[in-house]
Design a protein around this ligand. Structure first.
Ligand SMILES: Cc1cc2nc3c(=O)[nH]c(=O)nc-3n(C[C@H](O)[C@H](O)[C@H](O)COP(=O)(O)OP(=O)(O)OC[C@H]3O[C@@H](n4cnc5c(N)ncnc54)[C@H](O)[C@@H]3O)c2cc1C
Ligand SMILES: *[C@@H]1O[C@H](CO)[C@@H](O)[C@H](O)[C@H]1NC(C)=O
Ligand SMILES: *[C@@H]1O[C@H](CO)[C@@H](O)[C@H](O)[C@H]1NC(C)=O
Ligand SMILES: *[C@@H]1O[C@H](CO)[C@@H](O)[C@H](O)[C@H]1NC(C)=O
Ligand SMILES: *[C@@H]1O[C@H](CO)[C@@H](O)[C@H](O)[C@H]1NC(C)=O
Ligand SMILES: *[C@@H]1O[C@H](CO)[C@@H](O)[C@H](O)[C@H]1NC(C)=O
Ligand SMILES: *[C@@H]1O[C@H](CO)[C@@H](O)[C@H](O)[C@H]1NC(C)=O
Ligand SMILES: *[C@@H]1O[C@H](CO)[C@@H](O)[C@H](O)[C@H]1NC(C)=O
Ligand SMILES: *[C@@H]1O[C@H](CO)[C@@H](O)[C@H](O)[C@H]1NC(C)=O
Ligand SMILES: *[C@@H]1O[C@H](CO)[C@@H](O)[C@H](O)[C@H]1NC(C)=O
Ligand SMILES: *[C@@H]1O[C@H](CO)[C@@H](O)[C@H](O)[C@H]1NC(C)=O
Ligand SMILES: *[C@@H]1O[C@H](CO)[C@@H](O)[C@H](O)[C@H]1NC(C)=O
Ligand SMILES: *[C@@H]1O[C@H](CO)[C@@H](O)[C@H](O)[C@H]1NC(C)=O
Length: 666
């Protein structure tokens, strides 16, 4: 926010000063406010960024604070704000523990723009000053395609339009999300929709571009005290709009990029190399650091997905999961700003409940993670294989499906060998299908070992008359293999909806249950769905810690995603009607063959029935109790998050729950 004007306080009484928008301020007080750049002088005192640089540069577990973490908000800083008679300084104060003023009645909503209780422009402006000028007023990414924000630009609009499916433009934008369906398909670039106006839709009103922990603390305190919806955005990858929210203040963690290798982390549970990373670190960054440092890290497949944000909070599956488990299983310590505004460290010995919940209990639920310290893994060789097959004059649909069915016989052997595979099955025409392996990923295996592992399935394919021509790669480190075989993710679609299931290994117990599983999957592809699936396990022989990761992950050997396409330019009711087929019909076939299993919250259907069981399993009761304990004022909300059943968003259509309404209590 640009600060250029000067203004004065309006005295309500000798002791109390009330903020007013600069335009309304009247000179009835002797208190003089002088504005210079980003500082405000109140008489002789200066209203500067509210923060101190702490002298203790280690966290509770002895790891060095990241640069962002050395700058904190303390009681003394808050006391100084009060001392300089900063009106409503209590808006920025830590939680006083008094929940008696909370309106918990059904239908009571978070304060929304336009409400009498919405902070005045002047309050936002003072907030900006306390943040050191890091408050951003939202301008949607594609605003240049419209006149509403006063920045119409045909060339800029073309650039946004052309790059819309490229995740980089969304991750570097303060508010854009990669699945626009849930921000309400508002302000889309011209190829996707032609609206008369560019509206904020489900985008937040303001964003704090965070570079210090003090800014996160101020934002948490301000949103809590002003009863404003709070959202956290890291990269915006979330499948279900969890990093969007109308009328919200958003905390944007993208620039928290520190990566520090700790050569010898020592704790009761673990001694060895670790890496500490800021909340904004992305896959391509941690993998590059790991290559340079001669180690490996358990991160995601997508190039630009965050590592320490929503990915880890949801559990985090990785090309190394069959070997080492989930990303959340590697965590040694988490630094976090809790809903009361305090900055704490959670480890197996400190804040243990929080530590448990933050590893798998979901993003934007228990606080804002500022950094994560995780175990590193040894540098390792990786073998990759890419191949495909399809129906043709010689390969009938039946033969094609027999080839895919044959693959299913090897899922458990393959994950037992530590491998991971990302494959798809698409319909390409009437009775025409294609299978694409992109890629088969064999960490810690030689080329020969990988070929031996694939040989039985390839023999089955040959017997069926299906020929494949695998392209193998062999690399001496994770990064080079990953970069070679996982392309930049394509995002931004408004005509695709996904749902998913973690099929349990018990479905592989015999031919009857495996055939039923396969039939259910095949049936949904025949009905028009596209299958994007991972042959993956997350229960390594070496064990895994007790954390909040969905227990369904420990049972699975197949994380399958089903996608439904529809006309993205249709109205919400029509789109919702199309989507309902995915949720109620297709996915029900998958649920019917895996009734006690679950789904991966980070790549699931926002309308998943009984999401508490599906996304959290037996952990839900404990997570819910911890949510009440750590966030009694319900500051944090995320769709399908723990405790989200107590909230709704106004104006939603069933099967297309968007973030462009008010957040209210059920
Ligand atoms: C193309 C693509 C590829 C993917 N690949 C993988 C994969 O290989 N493995 C896998 O497990 N998942 C994968 N995902 C899913 C991914 O894990 C989720 O989208 C995840 O939510 C992304 O987290 P983020 O922080 O990058 O994104 P965001 O959308 O910014 O955040 C997601 C959620 O986490 C919250 N959050 C973010 N940062 C913080 C923080 N610091 N503190 C508290 N809450 C926070 C947000 O509020 C939001 O609720 C992929 C997704 C896409 C679109
Ligand atoms: C404002 O300052 C003037 C001059 O110093 C003084 O006479 C007056 O009492 C002050 N008013 C208030 C409300 O403090
Ligand atoms: C800050 O204010 C001073 C004095 O008015 C001015 O000289 C300087 O250029 C300003 N700096 C910025 C970054 O605006
Ligand atoms: C300060 O550092 C020590 C380790 O030197 C650590 O034990 C302690 O918890 C730290 N204090 C705070 C407030 O982080
Ligand atoms: C509080 O204000 C006093 C007096 O201006 C100053 O010396 C001190 O450094 C301030 N403390 C903090 C934490 O800002
Ligand atoms: C994508 O964005 C970049 C940066 O804005 C721009 O230079 C480029 O032209 C855009 N690409 C296309 C295809 O428009
Ligand atoms: C995505 O955008 C980035 C940044 O502009 C660019 O470097 C990259 O080549 C683009 N990728 C694709 C696949 O368009
Ligand atoms: C677009 O904005 C104009 C000017 O504010 C308004 O008159 C018009 O009704 C808006 N159109 C839609 C579709 O909301
Ligand atoms: C299809 O089968 C015929 C007869 O067996 C054979 O001659 C031909 O090469 C096959 N085509 C392909 C693409 O495999
Ligand atoms: C990697 O391979 C080596 C050599 O076969 C083996 O000793 C080691 O246990 C493997 N690592 C894992 C995690 O399986
Ligand atoms: C096959 O496995 C399923 C699931 O484990 C089990 O319920 C069923 O009894 C088994 N059926 C046969 C014929 O073994
Ligand atoms: C499972 O399916 C295969 C091939 O589709 C079939 O040959 C086999 O008889 C089936 N087994 C059972 C127990 O249904
Ligand atoms: C730490 O070790 C204890 C026993 O040694 C185990 O019960 C606990 O689950 C471990 N915690 C983590 C986070 O690994």
């Amino acid at each position: 926010m640009a600060v250029s004007s000067s203004c004065r306080w309006l005295a309500a009484s000798a002791a109390t000063l009330i903020f007013l928008a600069p335009a309304l301020a009247q000179d009835t007080s002797n208190t003089t406010i002088t504005v210079q750049n980003t500082t405000v002088a109140v008489d002789a005192s200066t209203l500067a960024p509210a923060a101190v640089t702490v002298s203790n540069t280690t966290t509770g577990d002895g790891t060095p604070l990241t640069a962002a973490e050395t700058v904190q908000l303390t009681d003394e800083v808050i006391a100084n704000l009060t001392d300089i008679a900063l009106a409503n300084a209590s808006l920025f104060a830590f939680d006083d523990g008094d929940a008696s003023t909370l309106d918990k009645r059904s239908g009571s909503c978070k304060v929304f723009p336009g409400d009498a209780a919405w902070p005045s422009t002047f309050v936002w402006w003072v907030f900006d000053l306390l943040l050191g000028g890091n408050l951003i007023t939202t301008v949607p990414l594609a605003a240049s395609c419209y006149n509403d924000f006063g920045d119409y630009s045909a060339s800029e609009c073309t650039s946004v339009d052309d790059n819309w499916t490229n995740s980089t433009i969304h991750m570097s934008d303060p508010t854009s999300v990669m699945w626009p369906l849930y921000q309400g398909r508002t302000c889309m670039p011209t190829s996707y929709a032609t609206y008369e106006n560019c509206t904020l839709g489900g985008y937040p009103s303001y964003v704090v571009n965070v570079s210090t922990v003090s800014q996160i603390q101020l934002a948490v305190n301000f949103a809590r005290n002003a009863n404003i919806r709070l959202v956290v955005k890291n990269t915006g990858h979330d499948f279900n709009g969890k990093s969007a929210g109308a009328g919200a203040l958003s905390i944007w963690t993208h620039h928290l990029k520190d990566i520090t290798v700790i050569p010898n982390y020592v704790s009761k549970n673990y001694t060895g190399q670790a890496v500490k990373m800021g909340a904004g670190v992305q896959a391509f960054e941690i993998y590059a650091a790991a290559k340079a440092g001669g180690f490996s890290v358990v991160g995601g497949e997508g190039r630009t997905v965050g590592v320490a944000g929503g990915f880890l909070a949801g559990g985090g599956h990785s090309p190394l999961s069959s070997l080492y488990g989930m990303a959340a299983d590697q965590v040694l310590a988490i630094d976090v700003v809790t809903p009361d505004g305090r900055f704490v460290t959670a480890t197996p010995e400190l804040n243990t409940d929080l530590f448990w919940a933050l590893r798998g209990g979901g993003g934007s639920t228990f606080g804002v993670v500022t950094s994560v310290t995780s175990k590193t893994k040894p540098k390792m060789q990786v073998t990759t294989a890419q191949f495909s097959f399809a129906t043709s004059t010689n390969v009938t649909a039946d033969i094609f499906w027999a080839g895919v069915r044959a693959y299913f016989n090897y899922f458990i052997d393959n994950t037992d060998a530590g491998t991971y595979a990302y494959f798809s099955v698409f319909t390409t025409g009437t009775d025409s299908y294609s299978f694409n392996m992109a890629p088969f990923w064999a960490p810690n295996l030689t080329l020969a070992e990988t070929q031996t592992l694939l040989a039985p399935w390839f023999a089955d394919l040959a017997d069926l008359g299906i020929s494949v021509s695998p392209v193998y790669g062999h690399y001496d480190n994770f990064y080079d293999a990953w970069w070679a075989v996982f392309p930049l993710e394509t995002v931004g679609s408004t005509s695709l909806k996904t749902a998913s299931r973690l099929f349990p290994k018990s479905n592989w117990a015999n031919d009857t249950s495996l055939n039923a599983t396969f039939s259910a999957i095949k049936s949904t592809v025949l009905a028009g769905g596209s299958l994007l699936a991972f042959n993956i396990a997350a229960a390594p022989a070496a064990g895994y810690p007790d954390n909040a990761v969905n227990p369904a992950w420990r049972e699975t050997c197949l994380h399958a995603i089903l996608a439904l396409g529809f006309d993205g330019t249709a109205n919400s009711t029509t789109v919702a009607s199309s989507i309902s087929v995915l949720t109620t019909d297709w996915m029900q076939q998958w649920r019917d063959v895996s009734p006690t299993a679950g789904a991966y919250m980070s790549e699931a259907d926002i309308s998943e029935p009984n999401f508490q069981q599906a996304f959290y399993g037996t952990n839900y009761a404990r997570l819910y109790a911890l949510k009440q304990q750590f966030d009694p004022k319900s500051l944090f909300y995320a769709p399908t998050g723990v405790g989200s059943e107590e909230w709704y968003i106004t104006g939603q259509v069933d099967y297309l729950p968007t973030q462009d309404g008010r957040l209210c209590r059920v």
